[in-house]
Design a protein around this ligand. Structure first.
Ligand SMILES: O=C1O[C@H](COP(=O)(O)O)[C@@H](O)[C@H](O)[C@H]1O
Length: 250
């Protein structure tokens, strides 16, 4: 089942996403000692800063020291580079945490395998797959303007990957070209999945996503997962042309 939670602006959508994440954390920690979450890069990282740090109602609930954080995709670059999802997350969120806060475990790619030729990119994917738990308690996805999720792009052969949990690609239509990405077999193991999409730039794609006909889009394939609750956190600017019933979280 798919729920779409819509808010007047991106900040209130991010704040609601923060509350949803804290609820997922509490559900996981009621059963286990760790909360295993996989996040996307891009606009989601700013939303996590808003929803988990700036949101003073949620910030005290976040038990960072019990989090294991993974990336649903990563660009094959040094972690300090502007385009690294890990680097973006460190700069915009982890570095803002109170020094007294116990840091979460964050799974980064093995940068010793990086090379200009990309000759070991498949080993980076294999190495990252070995770091993954059997499944995530929560996966948070973005939705690109072309409908991509992770680094799974419309029409790309990786959409058909049914063995590897993490795959590499060197022809991402969105730069940089070399990446690793979760594949659908791993996404389908998640306990729950949420999307975050904001801004008028996402209006055309969300209209397609919720049109009921764009079944080829990676984000639509996630909406069609059986038995996994999928929630969208959007602002009105992104969802206003979509033919879908919306509500607010909780
Ligand atoms: O390249 C990527 O794009 C998607 C979407 O980013 P957004 O800024 O449009 O939300 C992102 O989810 C993914 O992690 C990233 O590598």
């Amino acid at each position: 089942m798919v729920e779409v939670y819509s808010y007047p602006n991106s900040e209130s959508a991010a704040y609601a996403l923060g509350e949803y994440i804290a609820d997922a954390q509490d559900k996981a920690l009621a059963k286990n000692k760790v909360f295993r979450i996989a996040i996307s890069g891009g606009s989601l990282v700013g939303a996590l800063q808003e929803g988990l740090i700036l949101n003073k109602k949620v910030a005290p609930r976040v038990k960072w020291g019990q989090w294991e954080i993974y990336f649903v995709d990563e660009r094959l670059l040094p972690l300090s580079y502007e385009d690294s999802n890990y680097g973006l997350f460190k700069r915009k969120l982890v570095n803002l945490l109170d020094p007294k806060v116990t840091r979460p475990y964050i799974a980064a790619i093995n940068t010793t395998l990086l090379s200009p030729s990309g000759g070991q990119d498949d080993s980076i994917a294999k190495d990252y797959e070995k770091k993954l738990p059997d499944h995530m308690d929560l996966i948070i996805l973005g939705c690109g303007e072309d409908g991509h999720i992770c680094s799974l792009f419309p029409g790309h052969e990786l959409l058909e990957e049914n063995v590897k949990m993490v795959a590499n690609l060197e022809d991402s239509p969105k730069l940089p070209p070399r990446r690793i990405t979760f594949t659908f077999p791993y996404l389908k193991k998640a306990t729950q999945i949420a999307f975050y999409a904001r801004g008028s730039g996402k209006k055309p794609i969300l209209k397609k996503v919720f049109s009921g006909t764009a079944t080829e889009l990676p984000s639509v394939k996630v909406n069609q997962f059986k038995k996994i609750p999928v929630s969208w956190f959007v602002d009105e600017a992104a969802i206003e042309d979509a033919n879908v019933k919306t509500s607010t979280y909780k």
